[in-house]
Design a binder for this molecule. Structure first.
Ligand code: AMP
Length: 282
């Protein structure tokens, strides 16, 4: 497995693969890899001839008071995991490579979907995500790109960007990988102390509760969200940002729950902000 740091290196390699008629999958990450990331690599390795994983902690998607400086960086261990899973190339640019002096472009989705859910509490976040992912698509020119359903709003926003700007790439969503108690795996889980980590298990319980309510015929989005919040609130450490049910494509709020809607939540335990979601199916 090779590591490319410059745009030229990765482009030359991908061009060579394309000349040989090989398909290329891209897995964009910020590193600190876990089984969730590895499952995206597995999906790419399975359906593409060659897999590129990018590792780049993108400053543009962090707010001023967010955890850019403390974000975990575990490059050597990341490379070990990627090699083991059959990744062919790592693209690990520096901030200067991605945003050289005088850089002045951005990609912004202008529909209301970016103001919903995490967009409300993280202004500018999705502009940062779209800008870096758009650049990665232009640099790597993958046939397919793999993203986790765990970051459902990110996935929806990227699909919208690809559609509206005609990026020639197939976006593949991959299921959320969870810990034994159902907590979604996340690079940020390491921030939590033992007490917070144990309390965080309530998030998955609240989603199971919602699924049970829906299975029993409940269709009021408000009732379902309220019951989830009440359950989460039984953990004194939980500070709820939002629990909301939205249309799976537009991300606008739903009154009456239908198949394809997204049940999404963001909750803080101490300083750690966790997100999770599931898609409604009847
Ligand atoms: P990140 O490094 O947090 O930016 O995540 C990189 C990619 O991994 C994104 O597409 C995430 O949605 C995906 N991802 C993160 N956690 C999980 C998980 N638990 N299961 C599946 N995919 C995940």
């Amino acid at each position: 497995m090779r590591v490319a740091v410059t745009v030229e290196e990765i482009r030359n390699q991908v061009k060579e693969w394309k000349r040989e008629g090989l398909s290329v999958g891209l897995v964009p990450t910020m590193g600190a890899l876990h089984e969730g990331h590895a499952s995206l690599v597995d999906a790419s390795v399975k359906s593409c001839d060659r897999t590129v994983t990018s590792i780049f902690v993108n400053p543009k998607q962090f707010g001023k008071s967010e955890d850019l400086d403390s974000y975990p960086r575990t490059f050597d261990e990341d490379c070990r995991i990627l090699e083991e899973r059959g990744c062919d190339m790592v693209f690990a640019p520096t901030v200067d490579v991605m945003y050289p002096d005088g850089f002045g472009a951005e990609i912004q989705i202008t529909t209301d979907m970016v103001n919903q859910l995490c967009g409300a509490s993280r202004p500018g976040h999705f502009k940062g995500v779209c800008t870096v992912v758009g650049k990665l698509f232009n640099i790597v020119a993958p046939d397919k790109a793999f993203f986790g359903e765990k970051d459902a709003q990110q996935l929806a926003v990227i699909r919208k960007m690809v559609k509206d700007l005609n990026f020639d790439v197939e976006v593949v969503g991959c299921p959320t990988i969870r810990e034994a108690d159902g907590l979604a795996k996340s690079s940020r889980n390491v921030y939590m102390n033992e007490e917070e980590r144990n309390a965080a298990g309530i998030l998955y319980q609240s989603m199971l509760k919602a699924q049970e309510l829906i299975k029993n015929g409940e269709r009021s989005a408000e009732t379902i969200a309220e019951q989830m919040k009440a359950l989460i609130a039984t953990e004194g450490m939980a500070q709820i940002d939002y629990v909301r049910i939205v249309d799976g494509l537009t991300l606008l709020p739903t009154d009456e729950v239908k198949a394809g809607d997204l049940v999404a939540l963001a909750v803080c335990f101490g300083n750690t902000r966790l997100i999770d979601n599931f898609t409604v199916s009847f």
